[in-house]
Ligand binder design. Sequence first.
Ligand code: F6R
Length: 614
Amino acid sequence: MCGIIGYIGNNAVEDILLSGLKSLEYRGYDSAGIALNDNQGIDVFRAKGKLVNLKNVLNTQNLKNKHFSQGIGHIRWATHGEATIENAHPHTSNDGNLVLVHNGIIENYQSLREELTQQGFHFFSQTDTEAVVHLIDREYKKTLSLESAVINAIALLKGAFALCIMHHNEPDKIIAVRKNAPLILGLGCNENFIASDIPALIGKTQNIIYLDDNELAIVEKDAVVIKDFKGNILHKNIEKINLAQDDISKQGYKHFMLKEIHEQPRIIRSMITANMSTPFEPIHFNGINVEDLVQNVDKIEIIACGTSLHAAMIAKNIFEELCKIPVIIDAASEYIYKSHLTDAKTLSIGISQSGETADTITALKQARTHQAKILAITNRIDSTIVRCADFVFPLNAGIEVSVAATKSYSAQLAALYLLALAVAERQKCADIIKLTKIKQELFSIPNKMEEIFYSCNHIKQCAQKYSKYHSFIYIARGINSASAFEGALKLKEISYINANAYLAGELKHGPIALLDSQLPVFAILSPDGKIYDKIISNCEEVKARCAPLIALTTSDSFYKKDLFDDVLTIPSVSELLSPLLFTLPLQLFAYYFADCLNMEIDQPRNLAKSVTVE
Ligand code: F6R
């Protein structure tokens, strides 16, 4: 959450900061601000709301005659204090000479604030960050060195922080600090950059240094020195990134979400073919030795948040069915604070699109202290989760810009199917003919996904028809229960509609009381005979309460058509693999529903793509 950018060099500082912030807007958009340093002093500009509001503020300023040599910028996702101008970053010392931007949470800010207030510092915001700027200022006044002031101050901070700091008296440098919040350096020619994430540096440089926790960088125009928090110099590798502007453009689609939904067949196809050449040969992963992965493992735990947690729910079904290994799933935020059975015989799988979700990373670090083996499944091989893991499954889905996860979810599912199949093959825990059949079917999934796009118009019309309702219920049974949770999450996060998912068999134990003609029910009908009949009975119960009823089902398994007001179909598929296909119409339904309401689909309110606070 929150995006940080810093620049030092001869090019137009203001433009570089704004374009960097634009690429980081997925991290938060409650407010934005920049600070620019020239020979005269530091100018700070801040605005509530999206970046465009900051641009409007800047348009009213006459900055043309100024020559700025460095600047820092921030896009905020509010934690402490509302989204107001006073709480927007950069925050400034009382004398106006020191400014900083921060991503993370300072846990001891309250006591620091009291101490600094007693010492005569004045606070103007409700943020935790303002305590840091006054703390560094206090140390600067003692040491007259920005670097020493920063080192002294960060030793007193508890919590998570990525910081970019500059002082008017030291216009040759920006100091960047990382502890439990991501920060990277971009190296240019006579210019250098600091950013929360790679998209901010696309088109500016390809040479990157990843800061690790407890490191700081003194960034000058033509030099970068990295030190630990004690001031010892560290030698870090420069890595090359290979991303183009095209990777973060809408490519003609109205929204990133729609583009990313349509990317799914290609991503799944290339993941499958990268790991098995034909269904008749064993699955092989580049970089993961399956024998090592499961050696001495007697249980699997899967830890994730949000949509990634729904992928974990599906994985439990797959692993237990194919590998006969008990699987425990936990929301990372819960795992951290409860006692668990993790031990040296546990494989702990962390699933995270961003690889930066603080809860998931903390949970995996905890799992490691119990000697578990750690596997990270992530879309960002440059992320923190990778550094916590023994094994990494890269999703290679490309940058996901829309805040609502779509392509990363189906890539996570595909990865989990492949892993379970590979483990089942190696451990010989399932009949080889059965496994080959599943692999054959997996190969057919991308084409079937493409077929679903032929019915986009039908899904769109259905979404438009239902967009007048203010609440929704999703029901399913078995492996697709998680599909129902994911469908409801997609709808609520981009439409702000109250959408809840229930196990269809649980409806009658309470939620059925909600039903009337104003509460549509979206039923996902699993293809399997046994479950199919049961869920049809649940739908009869729904219809008897006059609730509008939508069916999502396979084209070949549908009967009782009259029961439903509307029917959406996917191509024929087995129960086990059906979540890979059901997810597409669910995403499209949510997308068209939100589009019909003119919502901010790619940047829904209150959300951020990368949740780097616990
Ligand atoms: C929903 C969504 C979130 C994320 C969750 C975990 O569309 O995107 O629920 O799934 O914040 O994020 P990652 O997967 O990055 O750990």
